[in-house]
Design a protein around this ligand. Structure first.
Ligand code: AVI
Length: 338
């Protein structure tokens, strides 16, 4: 099938998207940043991934949270009230478990989802306020990957920041450390973070999770090219690229790539009307679209310590496939030594 895209006025091309696409596609090997997956269509495909039989991550983390919500909320709140921040608005499915536990303890709880997408935040607000009386949603539209600040917590409440769903795994180790340091800088002594990480496991479990039999992950991967066609007026023949997932044991990460099925030339316009990219792909040439790091036991705790958090407790499932780590903020400026 040939993809036909309408000519786009160069003034309508988002400069941030264009810069990322250009930088990645002219590099060798070629790559694209994984945040480009999440336009509306990509977010819907990701929701479908979380329900696939092969994609154990969401189900396993949900199981841990369902069993431990009360304990997590108790450890984070200690004797105070809790205020919950979530990085990424997500599907709210797992968050609901923690908010319910907080409401059972303190009647009302303020929930601050942080996301770049205002529409995802509004959807989360409507759903949660309707479903859990006692939850007050205060959405924050911002890109948390670029650092952020939070207003003072309400009258002495402690904050619990949720960064669940293995989202941290999509960042390079140095970026993950920097992101957690930014979170730490926005928090106060006594606040906590709950980090969900996927653990290293056998390749026979990992590979199908990123290359499912029904092809949803393949569509999710190819949607990145559809997005570039839609938003930049590029001419990718999307069906001429295959999805490939591979386990990189040395780097401890699942990688996903798009593989050009034939020799082809693709035109990609830019915001500058006098400039367009002509990309020549050899047959078999790849575009690296995502890394999903898998942690060894103890590694997430070490990462949290490096960002000046003090690991308090880690919960895993029976098979040891996924870990949820709670870490606290020690006194500012004194590291975590007490
Ligand atoms: C969002 N993130 C945690 C997913 C993951 O597992 O790394 C994205 C994903 N990519 C392919 N399948 C799911």
């Amino acid at each position: 099938m040939t993809t036909i895209s309408l000519p786009l006025s160069s003034t309508k091309i988002d400069a941030h998207v264009a810069a990322a696409v250009t930088e990645g596609l002219v590099s060798r090997p070629r790559w694209l940043p994984s945040w480009l997956f999440y336009d509306e269509a990509g977010s819907r495909l990701f929701d479908r991934i979380t329900e696939l039989p092969e994609y154990y991550l969401t189900r396993t983390e949900r199981g841990i949270l369902a069993a431990r919500a009360e304990e997590i909320v108790g450890l984070a709140a200690e004797a105070d009230a809790l205020q919950v921040v979530e990085l990424g608005a997500g599907s709210c499915d797992k968050t609901r478990l923690l908010l319910k536990a907080a409401v059972d303890r303190q009647d009302t709880v303020m929930y601050e989802p942080v996301d770049v997408s205002a529409s995802a935040l509004i959807a989360a607000q409507m759903r949660l306020e309707q479903e859990i009386p006692g939850v007050v949603v205060c959405p924050r539209v911002l890109d948390y990957t670029r650092g952020f600040t939070l207003d003072e917590a309400v009258c002495g409440a402690r904050r619990l920041v949720l960064y669940i769903g293995s989202s941290i795994g999509n960042f390079e180790p140095a970026e993950a450390r920097a992101l957690l340091k930014n979170v730490r800088a926005a928090l106060s002594p006594g606040d906590s973070i709950l980090l969900g990480v996927d653990l290293v496991k056998d390749e026979s479990i990992l590979l199908p999770a990123y290359d499912d039999a029904s092809g949803v992950t393949a569509e999710f991967n190819r949607n990145i090219l559809r997005r570039i066609n839609r938003e930049m007026g590029a001419r990718f023949d999307v069906e001429a690229f295959a999805h490939r997932a591979r386990w990189n044991a040395v780097a401890s990460r699942m990688e996903i790539h798009l593989v050009s099925l034939r020799e082809q030339t693709v035109l990609v316009p830019s915001p500058d009307p006098d400039f367009e990219l002509r990309l020549r792909f050899a047959a078999g040439e790849t575009i690296h679209t995502e890394n999903s790091y898998k942690y060894k036991p103890g590694q997430a705790e070490a990462l949290l310590e490096a960002a000046d958090f003090k690991p308090a407790h880690t919960w895993t499932d029976e098979r040891g496939w996924f870990a949820v780590c709670l870490a606290k903020c020690g006194e500012k400026g004194t590291g975590n030594r007490e």
